[in-house]
Design a protein around this ligand. Structure first.
Ligand code: NAP
Length: 249
């Protein structure tokens, strides 16, 4: 059975690097037309060109998800210029690593404004449009840190727990109207967010504690993201899916 997404339009936030870049690529390769939003428009334009070179269709738009008014404007523009969004991959995220006592208000706001508030208002803006049409898929990218935090990432872990409960709330309220809302909790995957830490002595020690003593690659989530975006996941709603190589058992 091959899952295809032909005829669907996806919006991936944080498509300019790491997991989001990979999600946009694999959704496009599965037949979806893919809009990508992030602050670094130059990176999105490069990805758009790469997708188009392989015969896909893509759209790039600059968006800072911490600016709530800009979210509605961007989503409206994507739908007007590219098409109605069937699938949202709500993926933009940032992290700060510090001991508890070192966090200041700016650190807290930076992480929560992006990972919790930004994710909420992106999903609200897209979800309200999906509600009118009676169908849609929202895939929120949480983290293994929402299940078990590790030292140093307290505020990040808090923000990702917020994404888990947001997912359940949206699945509950919007599920009966035909929208499926699920979350993925990835384990450690080498991206711009984690590469520096994973390469450090502390990171190497951390990897040594993982069940298979390895970090993942963005491609390890390919099948899961396509499945959750597809019609085949119709019975999956409100699921919080660990994709962490067996960490946090
Ligand atoms: N890598 C892992 O091990 C791991 C594990 C669990 C969960 N996650 C989650 O996976 C998601 C992707 O992370 P990643 O590892 O791929 O990291 P990454 O390579 O640093 O990508 C993060 C993405 O988020 C975007 N972003 C950050 N702040 C933004 C803002 N204010 N507005 C719009 N976009 C913003 C960035 O784009 P711009 O800078 O261009 O705006 C970038 O495209 C995050 O939610 C992260 O928490 C990652």
């Amino acid at each position: 059975m091959e899952l295809r997404l032909d005829g669907k339009i996806a919006l991936v936030t944080g498509g300019s690097s790491g997991l989001g870049e990979r999600f946009a690529t694999v959704l496009a390769e599965s037949g979806a037309r893919v809009a990508m939003a992030a602050r670094r428009l130059d990176r999105l334009e490069l990805l758009k060109a790469a997708i188009e070179k392989r015969g896909g269709s893509a759209y790039a738009i600059a968006l800072d998800v911490t600016k709530v008014a800009a979210i509605e404007e961007a989503v409206e523009k994507v739908e007007r210029e590219f098409g109605l969004i069937d699938v949202l991959v709500n993926n933009s995220g940032v992290g700060v690593t510090k001991p508890l006592g070192k966090y200041n208000e700016a650190d807290f706001d930076y992480v929560m404004d992006t990972n919790a508030k930004g994710a909420f208002f992106v999903a609200q803006s897209v979800g309200m449009r999906m509600l009118k049409r009676g169908s849609g898929r929202i895939i929120n990218i949480s983290s293994g840190a929402a299940i078990n935090p590790r030292p140093g990432v307290s505020v990040y872990a808090m923000s990702k727990v917020a994404v888990v409960q947001m997912t359940r709330s949206m699945a509950l309220e919007w599920g009966p109207s035909g929208i499926n809302v699920n979350a993925i909790c990835p384990g450690y995957i080498a991206t711009e967010l984690t590469r520096g830490h994973l390469a450090s002595e502390a990171g190497k020690k951390l990897i040594a504690t993982l069940p298979r003593k390895r970090a993942g690659k963005p491609a390890y989530l390919d099948g899961l993201i396509v499945y959750l975006a597809s019609d085949s996941s119709a019975f999956i709603n409100g699921a919080i899916i660990k994709a962490d190589d067996g960490d946090h058992l």
